[in-house]
Structure formats: structure tokens, C-alpha cells
Design a protein around this ligand. Sequence first.
Ligand code: HEC
Length: 462
Amino acid sequence: MVDLTQGGIATGTLTNGAGGNRKVVNVAGLPLQDCIALLALNNNAAQLAVATNLCTAHYAKFIDPGAVAGAQATLATDPFLNQVTPAAQPVLPNDAIGGCVTPSATCTVTGNLAKAKVTLLAIDRGLNRFFAGNTACGVCHVTPQFTLQTVAGLTGFGAAAPLPEPPGLLRKAPPERPMERMVAFNGAAAVYDAGFYNIGIRPTPEDLMIGDQIGGVPLAFSKLAEIIAGGDATGFDANKIGRIAAEFTGGLLQIPTSPTNLAPRPWSLDLICGPGLNGNGNGEPNNNPIPRCVTNVIPGERLLRHGAAHTPTLRNVKFTGPYFHNGAKMNLNQVFETYATAGHMTTLNFNNLDAGMRLINIAPEEKAAVIEMMETGLTDWRVAFEKGKFDHPEICVPNGHDPVTGETKLAGILPVGSDGNANRLQTFEEQLNGVTTGRAQTLADDCTVPDVSDIDVPPAPL
Ligand code: HEC
């Protein structure tokens, strides 16, 4: 259910049957389908119906009352998802629990509760598909943040180191390593910066992204490490890079452990080796030019940095459109279509494309389930209504310049109290379509915060 429910998951225990036949299930972390399978006393239809009633009624209590099913995963012919067409409907309208407030075997899952069941099952199905091999979204959008490109993703802050360390997973114990050597889309081994991938959104030479440099210093760790190791520094500032290299003592840079724990933690410019590269040197797969996986970047070896974009989190992705770094896609359906063809520039970007990309050929209802999972399941509905933890004071944001004075124009994002807004935020597509309901950040309001609204005016001389 991911974030659809307040707190992310349903908790508690459910009981079915009595005496020796009694079944008690702790539902924490269980998909609805598993709850039903575990709680049914046997596999017959009557028992499955009883378990469905009990589990759905219980799970429904955790669904945020503001949650609506997705508008994009429409599929009129699919009984599994057609409830969400054509417009977004509440997952659980106010009266939904109805006779099932106290779950019992006889309280039937009908009407509104049946809708909640369909949505929950669709989200579970979408989540499974998201991580399944032939879709492989999860190799880059790694849980729990749905990206590897976070401090927690790279270092395991807050999470124990996985034991034994599976091949291909980044090291979660010091020294952290921000790079991996792996087999790329074209079959050759290459080193890349964890969490940055070329997924073929634009032609690589047109948009280098972390393949670029600023002030003579490469943006990618992989190129930095390669230059420090003696690789080609043409076009870079050797002096600056030398100074960066000097910061590493014995190959390790000491960085604060976290914003609240400043004890230094060693950070290394070494790498880990992905699947297929940990071999014994006797014939690596895919013509790997590097016989054994060494943990340093070798001068001259292939780096997978040109055109590589940061992987964004997908939490609350319903509201982060337009999608991709260049805002190329209007909705999640279009995003999925981009992936289905292994990106738009598969041929052009062949030598830089990430190996996680593939041609995706799945049933329409599977695709719809993935979209429903992203659109409905990954939304924290408190965010959608700017409630509770996600309320805020007025926020002033720069919005271009005054054409006459050249001063920064500041727009005000209106303040919200802890009860949130009456209407949820609008999606990019809704704004594009001129939908008038919902709350849009139009940047049409002025900033009214004293001392901030005139922030660009030079201070008066004393
Ligand atoms: C090879 C790694 C990789 C794989 C596999 C992958 N993604 Fe992504 N994803 C990325 C990167 C990198 C971006 C950012 C691209 C950009 O900004 O140009 C991204 C962006 C997105 C976005 C846009 C988010 C936003 O706020 O703009 C969505 C949605 C998304 N991915 C969903 C998926 C789905 C669904 C799948 C599986 C079908 C998938 N991704 C597979 C790496 C990957």
C-alpha cells in the first residue's frame, strides 16, 4: 500500500475461525492479497470471501480519507482497474466502511469498500510489477526512497548493513563508495556514479548532465577518481583536482556521519563491483575487458557518465510533473511509454545507456497497475492536502525578474495550517487542462512576508 495509508502500512492482528481452526494473522507489512491468503481457513470460495471481508475492512481503516484513485490508470476493459475511469474517485468515500466498522466474517465487501479493495490490490500488483525483472524499475528506483541517490541510499544511514552483502548492492558500511562498476547496456563493463543513469531522454551530446564539468572539475565522481588515478585530464583544471585529491588521506575523505552526528565517517573514491564482475577471472560474461573486479577506477577505463541524470524519488510523484529533468512528459502514462521503448534515444545513446533499460512488453492491465501504484499508492495524502507535518508558513519563491527594474520578483505560496487545504494539490496535467478545482501553485500571489518581499532592494546607506 506504500503511502496510501496514513503511516504507510496497516498494522494489527486479525482473527478468523475458532478452536483448533482459528487463524490469527499479524497484518503489519502484508499486501492485502497475502492477508487474504493467510487468513482464509482453507482455499474454498466461501472462506476466501470471509478473509477478503475481514482483511479489506481492516485495511480500509488505514486509508487516508482524502485519497483518490488514479485518473491515469484507466482501462475500460479491465475489471481490475475500471473503477478508476474516467475521473479520480475517492478510494474510500466517507461512508465506505459502512457495516464493516467492526470487521466480521459477515460484513460483506460491497460498494465503496469493494472499490477500496480493487485499488489496494491494484497497488500491490503494480508494486510487484515495478520490482519484477522484465520491468526492473526498482533497480534504479530503490526502496524505501525509490532512488539510490540519497545519503541514506548510499550509506544505509538508519539501516543495518545487509548481511551477507549481496553482489551489486552498494556497500552500506564504512568506507562508503559512491561508484559501481557494472555491465552496461552495450555489454561492456563501465564505472558509473550510483544513482545517476542515462535513460535516453535526450541525445547524449546535447545534454551531458553529470558528464559535464564546472570550473574545470568533473561533476561525476567516476571521472574525478579516474583523473586522480592518472587518467586523461584534458579540459579539466589539474590544479583544482590536485587540491581535491589532497583532501583524501590514504584514499579516504572524512565526512560528517549525518547532520545530527558530526563524527567523521570515511568516504572512499573506490567502487564496488556489480553482478557478473565479481568472478574469478576465468571468462567474465559479456566480454568484460577487466579480468578481475578491482575496487579502484583504472585510468582510461569506460565511464558511464555522459547524459546520466539523477534518479528522483517517486514518492508523491503524482504532483511532481512535468516529468524528467527537461519536463518532457505530462503524466505518468507518458513516462511509462518512454520506458517501454527503453528510452527515446536508445540507438543514439547506445554506448551510454544504463543496463537497467529494457523493452517492456507487459499486459495493459499490468501497466495500468504500475501507474496506479505510482499515482495513488506513492502519494502521502497529507502532502496532497498540505496537512499536518506538511503544512507550512507563507513561502516566498523567486519568479523571474521585473523587466523594468531588473529586481527579482518574489511570488508567495500561501500559508497553510495543520488542518491542510480543503482541496488537494493539482497535478501538472490538471493545470495544463485548465482544471479549476483543487489547489494550484500558480505563483500569481505576491510575497507578503516583511523583509523578504523586498529582499532584492539594496539596503539603505547608513
Ligand atoms: C536505469 C535506471 C532506471 C530505471 C530502470 C527506471 N528509472 Fe525511472 N528514472 C531514472 C532516472 C535517471 C530518472 C530521471 C531522468 C531525467 O530526469 O531525465 C527517472 C525518472 C522517472 C520518473 C519521473 C519522476 C519525476 O519527478 O520527474 C518516473 C515517474 C519514473 N522514473 C518511473 C519509472 C518506472 C515506472 C520505471 C520502470 C518502468 C522506471 N522509472 C525505471 C532511472 C531509472
